[in-house]
Design a protein around this ligand. Sequence first.
Ligand code: GDP
Length: 432
Amino acid sequence: VPVVAVVGRPNVGKSTLVNRILGRREAVVQDVPGVTRDRVFYDADWNGRKFVLVDTGGWAPDAAGMAARITEQAELAVATADAVLFVVDATVGTTDDDEAVVRVLRRSKKPVLLAANKVDDIRAEAEAASMWNLGLGEPHSVSALHGRGSGDLLDAVLKLLPEAPKDTGAEVGGPRRVALIGKPNVGKSSLLNRIAGSERSVVDDVAGTTVDPVDELVEVGGVTYRFIDTAGIRRRVKEATGHEYYASLRTQGAIERAEVCVALIDASQPVTEQDLRILTNAEESGRALVIAFNKWDLTDDERRRYLEREIERDLIQFGWASKINISAQTGRSVDRLGPAIEEALQGWETRIPTAKLNAFLGRLSAAHPHPVRGGKQPRIMFGTQAKAAPPTFILFTSGLLDDSYQRFVERRLREEFGFVGSPVHVQIRARE
Ligand code: GDP
């Protein structure tokens, strides 16, 4: 999601303009604890384009004390922004402070849009026009208070932003896509038979590479899902040498087309390397994940206790996955599959509002600052959720984070927001 920073001297009307852009009337009095106090983040949307709006405190170069801190925050906002909206007061005209800000903005090399605010009369209009001489291109006359010009301003802002990412080619819409995965003989086709029964609703050959039906629409708990590449499951692909390679290619293809993977593990047998490979594969592909321990009817108390230990030891890195214990044979708890899939998809598609995320990051950094390394202490300055499915966060930091600290932040993110059933990706952008 692109980030737009709104900067300018105090009292030029930044917050009023931000409210105008957000389409709200109430004043911005949001008290975000911690480090983000001087920058407030909003999820904004204009003509279907989403972006994050950062409202900074007033910016005065060469400020001292509290003002210096706010200035530092504004510089930070500019450093992490894709575009800057620079607001000046047309009833005052440009001041020395404005010109100093312009110099800093120019050095930042960020695209800047000049907004001359409070243009409510001819005199202010003339003043706004004279602001061409700031060398920032056309001054956009607006009246944040009355809403005048703010639509054109936003159109211009969006033109400065990087292109929206092209459609990744992923399939969208229609029933949710599920990949049933797991090593041979774990019970995939038994489970498919159990839930789909003989009333197979065959979808036409999607891949176009095989004469087999590829996908099936299967109803689970009253919801219809598209089970991917069921031909590969139904047809007994024997694991003779050579075939395994193709079977795993096929699994990979199914994972990539799916939104959620249901990974079967044989509860009656020790967890194997192959199980772990398949789970890792699903995680690395960024899919929602349900782990179904199948053949539960074959387990006794001793085996279940041992399985618990295996989960602790070998599957701990998949602690976030939704888990169910089932028997495809007897039908035990198969009705829990639907809710587990829904839970995982929900975690997978979670979006955390930027203000909420930064309030959390502020509290976290205040309570648990990064340890000092070589005299330096990296700080998390700002975070944004770049995308959902799976939730992917970008943290802007003042230096590289230790691996252990990054994992700590990831863990806390999960504790705070959940994301059950979904991998969570965190990327760091360190500013030197
Ligand atoms: P796939 O290769 O993963 O599709 O596995 P299959 O569905 O063909 O199952 C392999 C074998 O395990 C078959 O003999 C099934 O009858 C058996 N099986 C599958 N699920 C269960 C289960 O929950 N309990 C028991 N006891 N046997 C099962």
